[in-house]
Design a protein around this ligand. Structure first.
Ligand SMILES: C[S@@+](CC[C@H](N)C(=O)[O-])C[C@H]1O[C@@H](n2cnc3c(N)ncnc32)[C@H](O)[C@@H]1O
Length: 174
């Protein structure tokens, strides 16, 4: 078993999954700009997506690194934000993955799983409160301590496409 620094076992492959070798080095680096505080420690307890989280109404806290305090004024006027975060406990080497209850493998770029070459997640959240560099939001689906990558204002007129067609996967069980 090969356990990576992210705590993932990258030697484990489920039937139907396709593993690819990762490049020898990264092409860019990132700054984590804060941490996300949620009540969820284990994946099994985490909402499976932003909609489920929104429906639960659970309030999570985005702790922005104080060095970025001057990047925040005005944010309190937004009702909704796009939050980008780094799924630090996900493996990165699967081109095809086998979600629970799927009958066939799913190509990575057709799913919202945290398992992807760059494990960047996004959610549109409702902003409830701003206190200094702490933002209280509803609509996150990540484990406690997940690194924060970016925050952007959500523009309904630009970002919402109500009649967009979503991916259709064959063979979902249950
Ligand atoms: C399906 S992803 C969706 C993420 C995001 N809303 C998106 O669409 O990009 C959410 C799941 O990722 C898993 N997860 C949450 N935080 C994680 C982390 N820090 N590292 C790895 N997996 C995580 C949990 O199982 C959670 O239910």
């Amino acid at each position: 078993m090969t356990v990576t620094s992210a705590g993932t076992d990258e030697s484990h492959i489920r039937p139907g999954e396709v593993q690819v070798p990762l490049p020898a080095s990264a092409d860019a680096s990132l700054y984590f700009i804060g941490r996300i505080r949620t009540p969820w420690i284990a994946r099994k307890d985490c909402p499976k997506n932003a909609r489920v989280s929104r429906e639960s109404g659970v309030v999570c806290t985005i702790e922005v690194d104080p060095r970025w305090a001057e990047a925040l004024p005005g944010i309190e006027t937004c009702s909704h934000l796009i939050v980008l975060y780094w799924m630090d406990r996900a493996r990165r080497d699967l081109a095809v993955q086998m979600p629970t209850r799927a009958e066939a493998g799913r190509p990575t770029f057709t799913v919202r799983s945290p398992v992807r070459p760059n494990p960047i997640a996004l959610s549109v959240v409702e902003l409830r409160k701003v206190e200094g560099t702490r933002l209280e939001v509803v609509g996150l689906d990540c484990l406690d301590g997940t690194p924060l990558l970016d925050i952007k204002p959500y523009f309904a007129t630009t970002d919402s496409i109500p009649d967009a067609r979503a991916v259709s996967h064959a063979g979902r069980k249950g």
